[in-house]
Every structure is written in C-alpha cells, then in structure tokens.
Design a protein around this ligand. Structure first.
Ligand SMILES: Nc1ncnc2c1ncn2[C@@H]1O[C@H](COP(=O)(O)OP(=O)(O)OP(=O)(O)O)[C@@H](O)[C@H]1O
Length: 433
C-alpha cells in the first residue's frame, strides 16, 4: 500500500509543479477556456452592478427632483439601475460583453471606468469601443497577448508588409497604398531598427525600389545595401538623393499629365514607374545643425525636400517611412509640417511625454497614455494607428539581423535602378575627390 500512496503523491506533485508551471508560463488557450474564463465571467456578472454604481454608470429611473406638497425636493434618487449588459463571451484572449447605454450616456463615461473594470475583474486590460450607436463593447484581455504574440498572417499585396501582431490577435499590417507615409518613434533600444528590418524583408520580395537615408554612417540600413536602390550615409548625400527623388517625382507628374490620369496607379502597367519607399533612420540627423551656415542650409534643404516628397509623393508612388528617437518642434519648424503629412504613426517606448504627444496626440489622446505605459522590457511593443483612424497596441515580429541581411541578398537581383538618384550620388562622389 505504502509504495502506491508514495507513487500517487509523487505523481500529484509532478503534475502540480511541472504541468502547473508549464500552464502558468505558456498560458495555453484550453487553460483559459476551462478555468480562467468561468472565473472571470463569474466576476463580471457578480461585480457588474457594484462597479456600475461606483463609477456613475448606473442611473435611477426616479427623477432627481420632485414636488412634496409645495416644496421642490432635489437629491440623489435611490436604487440606481445598472446599464444592461450581455453575458460575457469567451474569446481566445479574454472575454467581451456588450453594454446598452442609458439614454444620455456616452462611451466616454465607460472609458473613464476602464481601470475600475480591470481591477474588479482582475484582468490585464479592458478596451472600450462603440461598434454601434447606443452600444459599448467591453473587451477584457486576460493577460498581455503581446508577451508571446502568435504568428499572424495577412494576404500578400504590393506595398503591404506584415509587421507583427496586434493586441487583438490580428495581423499588424503596414499598407503603404492605404496609408502612404509613416512616422516611427521610439527611445534607443525600443525596437525601431528591428521594425525597419522587418519592413525591408517584407518589401524586398516585391517590385519596389527601396532607398535608405541613414545619416548614422549607414550603420543600420547599410546591412541591406544589396537590396537598396540607393543609400545616403551622410546629410550631403541625403540632400543629393532627396533632390533627385523630387526631380523623379516631377517626371512622374508629367507622365500622369500626358496620360490624363491623377496617379501612377491609373497608368497602364507598361508605363507605370516602380514605386519607391524612402526609409529614413534617425530623422534628427537630418534636421539638427551645428550652427555653421553650410549645416543650416543642408538641414533646411532636407526639411523642404522631405516635405515636398510627403506632400506630393503618395499619388506618384513615392512613400516615406521616417524613424527617430524623438520628434519635437525643437528640431526645426519643418518637423511639425512633415509630421502632419505622415499619416501612419508608430510609437514605441519613449523617454519624454512630449514625443508620445507629438506622435499620437493629434490623432488620439487615449493612445498617448497607452504609449507612455510601455516599459523598457517590452521591446518591439508599440502603439500603432490603423487605416480606419483607430489605434492598437502591437508588437513587431523579431527579425534577426542575419535573417534580414540574407533576405536582402537573396532578392538583390530584384533591386530596381533609379538612374537619377544613382547619377546624383556618383556626381557627389566626383565632387568629393
Ligand atoms: N519585436 C521584438 N521582439 C523582441 N525583441 C525585440 C523586438 N524588437 C526589438 N527587440 C530587441 O530589442 C533590441 C533593440 O532593438 P533595436 O535595435 O531595433 O532598437 P532601436 O530602437 O533601433 O535602438 P537604437 O535607436 O539604439 O538603434 C534588439 O536587439 C532586439 O533584441
């Protein structure tokens, strides 16, 4: 009897420590459906009224003022009624419930109460959206889905890159046909270069010209030279490359005018010029000057040229992806104007609230707070805007440098020629000799 009991006890201990630990670390979906969801749903149902009352979501059917004889009595009516909500529905990441707003309520009241829901239901986060007038959808996430994001998939499309996974479990896609220009910010070691590497590996397989502007001596983008149509490694080269691209853009304009169309996408396939994606790593290197006249003139030229490309490039197949550690008006007046043209925004962890505000503040105030909450340990996590004007937390797929370099080499034969840009760089080299 003794050995059987001992074996049984050992088996139970092994189950608790080994299997329990695996479950805790990997949080498999079945564990959530079997144990996590029933507990969380129970919490939602039993705390709903109390949370609603404490956060002013419950409204009494009695009037706040009434006549008693000839006296008007004002006060807080008794027995407020909590808004009606559906039974929580399980999702692989957490649960959702639909709430019917009381007349006079707006989703903003629920946004304010989101933190209260998080604590009452003991979940990682609660997002509030309004899919329909009069309804609010509360999406509770049991744990941070971006800790171990799954491999999302997306259909392959020209100028579209699968960057990573969204907090909702969907694919994080940067589609330059939908949102032509992007601004990527993040403090040092937050994941900007990894994201650019991912973008390059995704675009490398397509008929797209990639132009790098990396004034940190080409340390980051230089790795992908094999698949780049041109690379500027200092500000003088950047001015030459951007000026050549502006001339190329004017040629594209004339081609469209002669064909009587408003964008290169309406041109017949044979006449359509190759789309160009300009990747700028560290925008501050283009805008900051050391006070000399020459440096100031270069910075101003860069600012004007980038702005022109951003203003006119979208319809002509010239796209900007600009990355930097910080963006602020102190870099120069041109930065704010350029930011207004970069419709797509990605904000990693930032060191100062001003940069998060500058990146996302003009689009969505809630997103700024979420971006500021990204910690140093959450590398590659960012708040990104979507084509529908919404925003989401997301994480890029970690593309190791050697993998990105190998992809760039593999598709080097697909690198399109940009004769104007190449000529400008050769002329500059000749001047330097
Ligand atoms: N999506 C990700 N998932 C996991 N780790 C990541 C991710 N993105 C980046 N990292 C890690 O963070 C480190 C720093 O990333 P990266 O070099 O891209 O930062 P950065 O913002 O470009 O920094 P810097 O401005 O100093 O160049 C990388 O070495 C990588 O290990």
């Amino acid at each position: 009897m003794g050995p059987i009991v001992l074996a049984f006890a050992l088996a139970v201990l092994a189950w608790m420590f080994v299997v329990g630990d695996l479950v805790r670390r990997h949080r498999p979906v079945w564990h959530w459906y079997l144990i996590g969801y029933p507990v969380a749903a129970w919490r939602v149902v039993f705390t709903w009224r109390r949370v609603a009352v404490l956060n002013d979501l419950a409204v009494s059917r009695l009037p706040a003022r009434t006549l008693v004889g000839h006296l008007l009595v004002k006060g807080d009516p008794v027995r407020p009624v909590a808004p009606r909500c559906s039974f929580p529905r399980a999702t692989p990441m957490g649960l959702t419930l639909v709430v019917r707003l009381h007349a006079g309520q707006t989703p903003a009241t629920y946004l304010k109460a989101a933190d209260a829901f998080v604590h009452a239901w003991k979940v990682h986060a609660v997002r509030v959206t309004s899919p329909e007038r009069g309804l609010v959808l509360l999406t509770a996430m049991a744990s941070d889905p971006l800790e171990r994001p799954g491999l999302a998939t997306a259909p392959a499309e020209l100028l579209s890159a699968l960057i990573g996974a969204l907090e909702t479990g969907g694919a994080w896609v940067m589609n330059l046909r939908l949102v032509p220009h992007w601004l990527i910010v993040g403090a040092t070691r937050s994941g900007k270069s990894t994201l650019l590497a991912r973008l390059i590996t995704q675009l490398a397989t397509q008929r797209v010209a990639l132009v790098g502007v990396d004034c940190k001596g080409g340390m980051e983008l230089g790795l992908f030279t094999a698949r780049l149509s041109a690379l500027a490694t200092c500000r003088r080269e950047a001015v030459a490359v951007l000026a050549a691209l502006v001339v190329d853009m004017q040629d594209r304009m004339s081609a469209c005018r002669s064909a009587g169309v408003r964008s290169i996408w309406e041109l017949p396939d044979k006449l359509r010029p190759v789309p160009v994606v300009v990747l700028v790593d560290e925008i501050a290197e283009l805008y900051l000057s050391d006070g000399t006249r020459e440096s100031k003139a270069e910075a101003e030229q860069c600012s004007t040229l980038l702005l022109r490309l951003a203003q006119l490039g979208a319809a002509l197949g010239i796209h900007l992806v600009v990355a930097g550690q910080r963006v602020g008006s102190d870099l120069g007046p041109g930065v704010t104007a350029l930011r207004a043209q970069l419709g797509g925004r990605i904000c990693h962890r930032v060191n100062d609230p001003g940069t998060a505000e500058m990146t996302l503040g003009d689009l969505n105030k809630d997103a700024v707070a979420v971006a500021q909450a990204i910690t140093a340990a959450e590398r590659g996590v960012a708040v990104c805007t979507g084509p529908d004007g919404g925003w989401s937390r997301a994480r890029s797929h970690l593309t190791p440098t050697d993998e990105a370099v190998a992809t760039a080499r593999k598709y080097s034969a697909m690198t399109p020629e940009l004769p104007l840009v190449t000529r400008a760089l050769v002329a500059l080299e000749g001047e330097n000799k």
